[in-house]
Design a protein around this ligand. Structure first.
Ligand SMILES: [Zn+2]
Length: 128
């Protein structure tokens, strides 16, 4: 995993994340991301609403021990109602999978989304 990894997401999926984030605002929304990982890129193919997620209490509250072992889960996405695109120390401590996507208020377009690796390094997000 390095910082020149590119993360690819379709417009449609990104829109779905942003829309869900708007609907739950001012609470946080959380998704698991399913996708395909190769050496240089990760392509996000599907969103999964985590079972038993406690909305509004941050992403640390996903009971990961209750999740099925699923190696196609490549990371998570959650919203920051505060508007910041920077991952918090708690976000990085609880990173699940390879990537962490953050969408920030006002959840309008791809400028409201950022993706990081487990070290907190920002990765290139390509919307197709
Ligand atoms: Zn966060």
């Amino acid at each position: 995993m390095n910082a020149d990894l590119t993360v690819i997401i379709s417009k449609k999926l990104l829109k779905a994340i942003l829309k869900h984030a708007r609907l739950l605002y001012p609470k946080e929304t959380i998704f698991l991301l399913r996708g395909e990982k190769s050496e240089k890129q990760i392509r996000i193919s599907e969103l999964i609403v985590p079972p038993l997620a406690t909305y509004g209490h941050g992403f640390a509250n996903i009971p990961t021990h209750m999740l099925p072992i699923d190696f196609s889960i490549i990371g998570t996405a959650h919203s920051h109602p505060s508007g910041t695109l920077v991952p918090s120390p708690a976000d990085l401590n609880h990173l699940w999978g390879s990537i962490l996507m953050i969408v920030a208020f006002p959840f309008k377009d791809d400028k409201c989304a950022a993706v990081y690796n487990y070290k907190g390094e920002k990765l290139t997000l390509k919307v197709t």
